[in-house]
Design a protein around this ligand. Structure first.
Ligand SMILES: [Zn+2]
Length: 250
C-alpha cells in the first residue's frame, strides 16, 4: 500500500500540471508570446498615431475658429471706419484692425502647420498599417493554430482532473482537508521539496525548504526518508517531501 506521503506527492504533481494546463487554456501559449507582444505593440502604435491625428485636427479646428472670429471683427471695424469722427478714434480703430489682421495671420500659420503635421502623421499611419498587415495575418494564423490545439490541452486537463479525483479518494479525509487548506493559503501549492544546500568543501550536510528556503532539520530529512512522515515546513507550513536521494530535486 502506498504511503500517504507518496499519494499526496502524486496529487501535488497532478494538480500542478492541471493548474498549468488551465493557465495555458486561459492565456496565450509561450510559443505565441513574442508574436502576441509585437502584435499588441504595433496595435498600440497605430492607436497612438490615430490619437495624435485627432489631437492635431482639434488644433486645426481651433485655429480656423480663431480666424473666422477675427475676420468677423475685421469686417465690423472696416464698416466703422466711415463713421468715425475724430483722429483719435480713427487711430484706435486702425490699431484694432492691425491686431485682428495679425490674429488672422497667426491663425493661418498655425492652421497650416497643423495641416502639415496631419499629413505627415497620416503618411506615417498608412505606412504603419501597411507593415502591420503581414504581422496581423501571421498573428491570425498562429491564433487559429492555437485554437486548434486547445481541445487537446483541454482533454489533457480533463484527464488530469480525473486522475486527481481518483487520488483524492485514496488520501485520508483529514489529511486531504489539511492538504487543501495549505494549497489554498499557499497559492495552489501544498507541498515543497526539500533541497540540499550546495556547499563546496566539507562540513555537515544541510537542507532547506524549496519553497521558502527555511532550514530543514536533518532528523526531519531522515524521518521523511525512512518512514514517509508527514512534516510541515516550520516557516511556510507546506508538507515537505524528498525528491531524488539526498533531496536535491523537486
Ligand atoms: Zn517552507
Amino acid at each position: 500500500m502506498a504511503r500517504d506521503l507518496d499519494t499526496v506527492i502524486s496529487l501535488h504533481r497532478i494538480l500542478t500540471s492541471l493548474d498549468d494546463a488551465r493557465q495555458r487554456l486561459a492565456g496565450i501559449p509561450d510559443w505565441m508570446r513574442e508574436l502576441h507582444d509585437e502584435h499588441a505593440a504595433r496595435l498600440a502604435e497605430i492607436a497612438a498615431l490615430e490619437e495624435s491625428i485627432e489631437q492635431v485636427a482639434g488644433e486645426r479646428r481651433g485655429a480656423e475658429a480663431l480666424i473666422s472670429d477675427a475676420q468677423d471683427k475685421l469686417k465690423r471695424y472696416q464698416q466703422q471706419i466711415n463713421s468715425v469722427t475724430t483722429q483719435r478714434e480713427y487711430g484706435a480703430l486702425l490699431q484694432e484692425i492691425d491686431t485682428v489682421k495679425q490674429q488672422i495671420a497667426g491663425g493661418e500659420e498655425s492652421g497650416f502647420a497643423a495641416l502639415e503635421r496631419i499629413e505627415r502623421l497620416q503618411r506615417e499611419l498608412a505606412a504603419t498599417r501597411e507593415s502591420f498587415r503581414d504581422l496581423d495575418e501571421r498573428y491570425g494564423r498562429e491564433l487559429a493554430k492555437w485554437e486548434a490545439e486547445k481541445p487537446q490541452v483541454a482533454a489533457q486537463a480533463a484527464e488530469l482532473d480525473r486522475s486527481a479525483e481518483e487520488l483524492r479518494r485514496e488520501v485520508p479525509r483529514a489529511l486531504l482537508a489539511h492538504f487543501d487548506r495549505i494549497r489554498e493559503r499557499r497559492g495552489g501549492s501544498a507541498l515543497a521539496p526539500i533541497l540540499e544546500i550546495d556547499r563546496p568543501g566539507r562540513g555537515p550536510r544541510e537542507w532547506h525548504c524549496g519553497a521558502c528556503n527555511y532550514r530543514v532539520r536533518p532528523q526531519v530529512v531522515v524521518e521523511i526518508r525512512n518512514r514517509g512522515s508527514l512534516v510541515q515546513c516550520d516557516s511556510c507550513k507546506r508538507i515537505l517531501f524528498l525528491g531524488d536521494e539526498g533531496g536535491t530535486s523537486n
